[in-house]
Design a protein. Structure first.
Length: 281
């Protein structure tokens, strides 16, 4: 541990929110309640959330009407809850068999997608086309996979002391400051002696954004296992991890996708790839 844990955790309002424009998926999964709660927590009073649901009735006009009404009620309830908490909120309803198809088009006008975790394993989620699994695998936006544990319980971020991890480190520091949570940096070390300057720069930037000390661990385990174990041991509410945006067979070794499915808490997957043009919701 590099810095002693602070005796008193303070909230620090950023000059601008880390994710000014948030999409929150309302798909009826077990984690939807956590997704709504955490989207509101991340937004604070200075970001905007669009709650998005979908309907696609099959078999009869009556079933289609019920599907639309249920989806409408769900997004309306989420938007009302956000407004009651002082958050700017809107709602959208899409006619689509899979909500993830609509969300994957929302590249231009948004900065983050929040979605509830599904109970299935990663492979099963791919086969079933579950919203969280498809978004983590295919989205070019950062994706927050929400689980019930409160984000304020602590933020854990992984780094290889490589420039590609700076976005994840910065996002983790901003969120820890906003939430008033402790920040724990897990350095998954290699035998590369040149990583020292990058690591020092990352830690200095995180402390500056946080405005206080942070916790630091060096691990030599596999990156996914190290992050999950530290979060489980600390009782953390959020893991932040970067990704190179791999697809297909290359994604089988993806640390971010493994963490998103194995973690006991919420996981924010930060993208290193630039966003491609798409359609705003």
């Amino acid at each position: 541990m590099l810095d002693p844990a602070p005796t008193r955790t303070r909230r620090r309002r950023s000059a601008q929110p880390p994710f000014p424009r948030i999409l929150c998926a309302i798909d009826g999964a077990e984690g939807t309640e956590a997704a709504v709660e955490q989207a509101i927590a991340v937004a604070g009073g200075d970001a905007r959330i669009v709650f998005v649901g979908s309907w696609y009735g099959t078999g009869s006009a009556e079933r289609a009407a019920h599907s639309e009404q249920d989806a409408q009620r769900a997004v309306a309830a989420a938007a009302s809850r956000a407004r009651a908490a002082g958050v700017d909120a809107a709602r959208r309803l899409c006619h689509a068999p899979r909500l993830s198809d609509a969300l994957l088009k929302a590249h231009v006008a948004h900065d983050l997608i929040v979605v509830g975790a599904h109970p299935h394993a990663r492979a099963t989620g791919i086969v079933l086309g579950e919203t969280a699994t498809r978004l983590v695998h295919r989205s070019t936006l950062p994706v927050l996979v929400a689980r019930p544990r409160a984000l304020e319980a602590g933020v854990v971020v992984g780094t290889r002391a490589h420039p590609d991890d700076r976005r994840a480190m910065t996002a983790a520091a901003h969120l820890a400051a906003r939430l008033g949570a402790e920040l724990t940096v897990v350095h998954v070390a290699s035998r590369n002696k040149s990583e020292g300057p990058e690591l020092r720069a990352e830690l200095a930037n995180a402390r500056a954004l946080l405005g206080r000390g942070l916790n630091y661990f060096r691990e030599y385990d596999s990156p996914a296992r190290a992050l999950v174990n530290v979060a489980a041991g600390d009782g953390a509410g959020l893991i932040v991890v970067g990704t190179r945006g791999r697809r297909g067979l290359l994604a089988l070794a993806s640390v971010s996708e493994r963490v998103a499915h194995l973690a006991p808490c919420s996981v924010l997957v930060m993208r290193e790839t630039s966003r491609s043009p798409g359609q705003a919701i």
